[in-house]
Ligand binder design. Structure first.
Ligand code: S3P
Length: 737
């Protein structure tokens, strides 16, 4: 419940106290914002600049009438100020502070009051500036900044809520933390960087000819040392107040620096690049992980909406990006190999970057990607390190499932996490057979991620009959099988993509494959190799369908992977009457590749053979669109797996196509799509990349504009979809809001 506070008394009118007063006054958080400072000039200035409503010269009545008292004084003055206000304190008054260390503030309160008063809620606004003093007060100082409150177990809950509400009114985000954890985290994230900046500037300033160093200092030095201009007294006090935690962090940093020094001394490029590449990607990675969003948001949190209009026929030649399934596997096997693996054609998308980051987190040096080229310094089957925290895989289901198999066999524990959508996808299908192999692996409620793995288990090969046709499960088990004693044999109910098998062979691993069964014996090593990744047929599928349904189109999609475990979409479209031919057949790193040539031809509805479902599993959103554009009815069955993809794709396609005026019925496992005229509509993508792209294609033959919302996730597999679509001749643009 929010009610108006009568009086807030801010003791200490410096930058923090003044900025808080100004913000609270602007937001009318209280009837009166009173200020006190032992420096009467500062106090007068606060009044003159209308930062406070009242200047308090005598604490007696000001303290007894305040609802909230904020101590915005240097931490070392806390004890003295608490002693000074103690005699006049009203029992209901809530006290907080703004000190940047918390354990010693708690100690000060204990000393003065015997025990910490239940209405004393320690706080720390993580905001500041190189400027100091009341004249620099800025009412926006706390906007979008974090304020950490460290209430104790016995603290009054409504007092904590009141202080939280006070800071929220300034635009800050309020968090709670334990006292010790606060001091530890702040030592690492704030105190250490300040100490390093002060020390670096001081060290360089003492060198002979230091003038030149400063005169020619470029941006890097300026950026790094900006905080060395902060208030020396305050930082002196912080060092005293948080001494032990800060020393721990300095030691930690010194060890890290010594490792880097040694790498430079010995010209150890692998170690140097390892440190630099991990650091380069770490900042962005942690932000994504904390916000639970897709891995490397290239779109700055903007909402992306696609707008599509019908236009002319598609012509010419296009290229679509590298295969997502193969890109994930290339990173994984390259990392486990002995030697250096060079990859070309790598998919630079959010999903594949999540895999790259996971291996960086486990100590693997990976250079790139740069224009599709990635260099992986393999660490061998037993060379992965325990990651510093959970591995965050964003939207990448393939990565999470394959890694579960691989990590179940490692010596270390680990936790695998994903974004909201990935945290709703079934993980037990992977965990269950791994447990049969002897792994210690747990999923969360309903069998979802996080997946928690306890390392150090001895795995045994098993004979496993997969209940669902899943290349991810098969691949995860093959990776675990590399480590398991004896032979791991997997039987699949239907054909699935065999990229893992093909790639393992490229790395020199022997496998037996026969009649949908694959087995792998342990004790084999992977030898680094160079890999060329073909274009992704799942991305190509949208353009294949577009050219098949837009009259007069004649389009070639170059050098696409046509693995029989993936090419079902071509057969389905051909059965519907599409004019699709393959040209320029080649092999790339053990995968069949061809140019796909599509010319418009009228499509007819068919009953899709169930045998083709598992080899076209990702292409159904595009196939639904082809069916909607065909003459007659298309009947699908055996597609229940579509409910467990990045969204429930049966629901998503049914909802969208119905909005576009198509007659579509879902009856248990049977779906009937009656072809018809597609109308313009506003479509929800359900945060699923392939749903968004499928409706973009539907829009090419709609009677009016199709607007597809929440298309950010297209970046998980096809970051430059819009550009490629425009090049092919599609009238599409994106709007970012
Ligand atoms: C994939 C396998 C398929 C597919 C996914 C990628 C792979 O998933 O849908 O997009 O790379 O192994 P399932 O194994 O769940 O069928």
């Amino acid at each position: 419940m929010s009610f108006m506070v009568n009086r807030v008394l801010i003791i200490g009118l410096g930058l923090i106290g003044g900025s808080l007063a100004k913000a609270l006054k602007n937001k009318r958080f209280a009837r009166v914002i009173a200020g006190y400072d032992r420096n009467s000039d500062d106090l007068q200035q606060g009044l003159d600049l209308e930062i406070i409503d009242e200047a308090v010269s005598d604490l007696t009545t000001a303290v007894s009438t305040a609802d909230i008292i904020v101590l915005a004084v240097p931490v070392k003055a806390t004890e003295a100020v608490l002693s000074a206000i103690k005699p006049y304190l009203n029992v209901n008054t809530v006290i907080t502070d703004a000190g940047s260390t918390k354990a010693n503030v708690i100690q000060a309160a204990q000393k003065v009051f015997g025990s910490v008063p239940v209405n004393f809620i320690p706080g720390h606004p993580i905001a500041g500036s190189e400027k100091s003093g009341v004249a620099s007060s800025d009412e926006k100082l706390f906007v979008k900044h974090k304020v950490i409150l460290t209430p104790l177990a016995e603290s009054n809950k409504s007092a904590t809520r009141l202080i939280a509400r006070m800071w929220q009114s300034t635009g800050a985000e309020v968090l709670q933390m334990g006292v010790e954890r606060h001091d530890e985290v702040l030592a690492a994230t704030s105190h250490l960087p300040h100490i390093l900046a002060f020390s670096l500037v001081d060290t360089l300033a003492k060198e002979q000819d230091s003038t030149d160093i400063f005169r020619y200092a470029a941006g890097g030095f300026r950026d790094f040392t900006r905080i060395a201009a902060s208030d020396p007294t305050m930082w002196h006090d912080v060092c005293i107040a948080n001494k032990q935690e800060l020393i721990n962090q300095i030691d930690n940093f010194t060890d890290g620096l010594a490792v880097l020094r040694q790498a430079i001394v010995t010209s150890d490029s692998q170690s140097m690049l390892g440190i630099f590449t991990r650091a380069k990607s770490a900042r962005e990675h942690f932000n994504k992980m904390l916000s639970g969003t897709a891995y490397s948001q290239t779109h700055n949190n903007l909402h992306v909406t696609f707008h599509v209009r019908a236009g002319s026929a598609l012509h010419g030649r296009i290229r679509v990006p590298g295969d997502k399934s193969i890109s994930h596997r290339a990173v994984m096997l390259g990392a486990l190999a002995e030697g250096v693996t060079n990859i070309s054609g790598f998919l630079e998308s959010e999903d594949s970057m999540a895999t790259v980051q996971a291996f960086r987190d486990m100590g693997v040096v990976i250079e790139g990607p740069h224009q599709g080229k990635v260099k992986i310094y393999g660490v061998g089957l037993h060379g992965l390190y325990s990651p510093p925290g959970p591995l965050y895989l964003g939207n990448a289901g393939t990565s999470l499932r394959l890694l579960s198999g691989l990590l179940a066999a490692q010596a270390f524990d680990c936790v695998l996490l994903g974004d909201k959508s990935l945290s709703r996808r079934p993980m037990e299908r992977m965990a269950e057979p791994l447990r049969k192999m002897g792994a210690s692996i747990e999923t969360a409620t309903d069998g979802f991620a996080p997946v928690v793995i306890k390392g150090g288990q001895t795995l045994m090969g098993i004979d496993y009959q997969m209940p669902v046709a899943s290349a991810q499960v098969k691949s995860g088990l093959l990776l675990a099988g590399l480590y398991a004693r004896g032979t791991t044999c997997i039987k699949q109910p239907a054909m699935t993509r065999d990229h893992t098998e093909r790639m393992l062979r490229s790395f020199g691993v022997e496998l037996n494959t026969h009649n949908g069964e694959v087995s792998i014996a342990s004790g084999q090593i992977l030898t680094a190799t160079d890999l060329e990744i073909p274009a992704d047929i799942s991305s190509a599928a949208f353009f294949i369908v577009a050219a098949a349904i837009i009259p007069d189109s004649d389009l070639i999609i170059e050098q696409v992977g046509v693995n029989p475990g993936r090419a079902g979409v071509l057969q389905i479209l051909q059965l519907m009457g599409a004019d699709v031919t393959l040209e320029n057949h080649t092999q790339r790193s053990g995968e069949p590749v061809a140019d796909i040539h599509v010319r418009y031809a009228p499509l007819t509805g068919i009953t899709i053979p169930e045998a083709l479902v598992s080899v076209a599993i990702d292409e159904f959103p595009a196939i639904f669109v082809a069916a909607a554009a065909a003459k007659g009815t298309t009947c699908l069955s055996g597609v229940g797996e579509l409910r467990y993809k990045e969204s429930d794709r049966i629901q998503a396609m049914t909802e969208g196509l119905t909005r576009m005026g198509i007659d579509i019925t879902v009856n248990g496992d049977v779906i009937l799509i009656k072809g018809g005229e597609l109308q313009g509509a506003k479509i929800c993508s359900f945060n699923d990349h392939r749903i968004a792209m499928a409706f973009a294609i539907a829009g090419t033959i709609a009677t009016s504009e199709v607007m597809i919302e929440d298309c950010n996730y297209v970046a998980t597999s096809f970051p430059d979809f819009i550009e490629v679509a425009q090049k092919a001749g599609i009238r599409i643009h994106k709007e970012e809001t």
